[in-house]
Design a protein around this ligand. Structure first.
Ligand SMILES: Cc1cc2nc3c(=O)[nH]c(=O)nc-3n(C[C@H](O)[C@H](O)[C@H](O)COP(=O)(O)O)c2cc1C
Length: 151
């Protein structure tokens, strides 16, 4: 499979850490979403889409990208980091992608250092995340995805 990782990570670089390791372990190309106009999606059969969670959902530019993209015959992996690490934060993007006929083949979520708003006054929450345990879990996730795609 040929995969492309697309991500936005504008708070503390937490999602960038996940995206870069995912690219390494899936042997995928990687692109911050701001470089979008240059991209040829036809080359890829799997698109991995992720960002931090901002007010309960992925970054608005991820949704805009999904809106204007044709996902026919594309497999999609959703990923996110957030202060709480709650998987439910992926639901809105998941639903939007299903409406666009994307085939979702995996989802990865983990905690990310969060210094937004009042949290900065207590030094932030989820300090040090993503950490080495999160990356171990990511590695296993990537292995599973790669295996599934071999079949
Ligand atoms: C404007 C803003 C809103 C946020 N809203 C949430 C939220 O609703 N739920 C949550 O768990 N974390 C929230 N966070 C924390 C981020 O999701 C978390 O720090 C994430 O890892 C940031 O990823 P990034 O460093 O890749 O941008 C918010 C952070 C910011 C800056």
């Amino acid at each position: 499979m040929k995969s492309l990782i697309m991500y936005i990570s504008e708070h503390n670089g937490n999602t960038k850490k996940i995206a870069e390791n995912m690219a390494l372990w899936l042997n995928a190309d990687i692109l911050p979403i701001k470089d979008l106009p240059t991209i040829e999606l036809e080359k890829y059969d799997t698109i991995c889409l992720g960002s931090g969670i901002y007010h309960g959902k992925h970054h608005v530019e991820i949704f805009d990208f999904v809106d204007r993209t044709n996902f026919k015959d594309k497999k999609v992996i959703i990923f996110s980091t957030s202060g709480t690490g709650n998987k439910k934060n992926n639901i809105l993007l998941n639903d939007k992608l299903l409406l666009k006929n994307a085939k979702i083949i995996g989802e990865f979520t983990c905690k990310g250092f969060d210094t937004y708003g009042l949290f900065k006054w207590i030094g932030g929450i989820s300090k040090g995340r993503p950490n080495s345990m999160d990356l171990d879990r990511l590695y296993s996730f990537c292995e599973q995805v790669a295996k599934k795609n071999e079949k």
